[in-house]
Design a protein around this ligand. Structure first.
Ligand code: NIG
Ligand code: FE
Length: 418
């Protein structure tokens, strides 16, 4: 079969390939992936079939049916993998912004019945059609930023009916547009008012009444392990039981305090432990030794919460911890869908280099979703998800602060417009 899509004249083709096979990129390998200069990328249907120097392009594979995209010397890279979002919710929390500026903390606002609980009220009151409409609008925005795969958590329902609706909406949104959506169940976000003070009972309810309905519907089960949410012991018990039901695991941990949730989840073999602004060096070393669990850094969250403490990205990389980057898009701690901005802030405030940060939004983010055999790098056999950027050198990517460098988005071998 001939090429169905050919991207030619890529000034820099960031393959994100060439690291040790079978595990996320760590340590020096995080920056050591391959860049091809003056290169092409060829696809057949939805898969990449060849890439290399323009001088080696096999012209016999080009027919009248081949769609040819001339990158004109620009940077071409894999589609972004957004491995941590709270995509489905109603309303917004602009009314809390001023409170935050006046010094109220995230946990104070939550304890007063606001924060996550405010979004829960709005989400419970919304219709399924409204929720789907919101999710599709956000997905369109993500796609324009070059996101080709996105994880979407539930967690603003906190009862059976609404949580199932949120997972259903995430899946439906995935079917209605081209960005691949990976659903996660975060019913254990906080304890709903109906179960106030009865954490164990609420978690038992999720395990018996909700999770059985989500087999085959949600890929991951997540929990918010934090003061004012769930303890390490509660989180361990919940995640371990979800695991025996066949779910893969994630956790929100060490966001605001060092409780030990990240280490606990890594012991269980979680795909990722997320936030980790307060992760200590000893637990980081444990995660590095374990080798598979990815630490997902969310630099826009401390920025938006006006927190001085950022996850020690540089130190984590030097300790050999696999790191990924995501926005954490949600109405409370990160109302931004700009993963490029997150990438820049990771360089500025967490000490990542541009090459490390690029690996963290592609191949290592794919590892955090256990999808690295399909997406996250440009290699023959992988899904043809790629971006043509409006820059000629990858070093410009974190430099143009807050801009969207995306010129073309290719998903499954198709050029997506609009
Ligand atoms: O990842 N920290 C817990 N959950 C989200 C925020 C949710 C919200 O504030 O609405 C987070 O930061
Ligand atoms: Fe989150």
């Amino acid at each position: 079969m001939a090429y169905t899509l050919l991207i030619r004249n890529c000034g820099q083709l960031l393959t994100l390939a060439g690291g040790p096979a079978g595990r996320p990129l760590t340590g020096p390998a995080l920056a050591d992936w391959q860049i091809l200069i003056d290169a092409y990328l060829a696809c057949e249907d939805d898969k990449i079939v060849a890439l290399g120097a323009m001088a080696d392009l096999d012209e016999t594979q080009i027919t009248t049916a081949t769609q040819v995209l001339d990158a004109g010397g620009r940077v071409v890279m894999p589609g972004l993998v957004e491995c941590h979002t709270h995509l489905v919710f109603a309303g917004n929390r602009a009314h809390e912004f001023q409170r935050k500026l006046q010094g109220e903390s995230y946990l104070d606002i939550l304890a007063s019945g606001g924060g996550i609980l405010s979004t829960v009220r709005a989400t419970r009151a919304a219709t399924e059609a409204e929720l789907l409409d919101n999710a599709l609008r956000h997905l369109r925005d993500f796609r324009r930023y070059g996101v080709t795969t996105l994880e979407a958590k539930s967690g603003y329902g906190l009862n059976r009916e609404t949580e199932l609706r949120l997972v259903r909406v995430a899946r439906q949104a995935g079917r209605e547009q081209p960005v691949r959506v990976v659903p996660t169940f975060l019913g254990a976000h906080v304890v709903p008012p109906e179960y106030k003070g009865r954490n164990a009972e609420y978690l038992a309810y999720l395990l018996t009444d909700v999770l059985p309905e989500l087999r085959g519907e949600a890929e991951f089960v997540d929990i918010f392990c934090e003061e004012g949410a769930f303890s390490v012991a509660e989180s361990r018990n919940f995640l371990a039981q979800a695991q025996t039901m066949g779910f893969k695991l994630k956790i929100h941990s060490e966001q605001l305090h060092d409780l030990g949730g990240s280490r606990m989840a890594a012991e269980l073999g979680a795909a990722s432990v997320d936030h980790c602004d307060y992760l200590n060096a000893e637990d980081a070393a444990f995660i590095a030794r374990q080798g598979r669990t990815v630490v997902v850094l969310l630099p826009l969250v401390p920025l938006f919460l006006r927190q001085k403490q950022y996850a020690p990205g540089r130190q984590l990389i030097e300790q050999g911890v696999p790191v990924a980057l995501s926005t954490d898009f949600n109405p409370g701690s990160c109302p931004s869908k700009n993963l490029w901005l997150a990438l820049s802030v990771a360089c500025l405030n967490m000490g990542l280099t541009p090459r490390e940060a690029l690996a963290a939004v592609t191949i290592n983010a794919a590892w955090a979703l256990e999808l690295a055999s399909e997406i996250g790098s440009l290699e023959p056999g992988k899904q043809a998800d790629a971006l043509v950027l409006d820059v000629r050198d990858y070093q410009e990517i974190p430099y143009w602060l807050g801009e969207n460098p995306v010129r073309e988005v290719i998903m499954g071998g198709q050029i997506i417009r609009g």
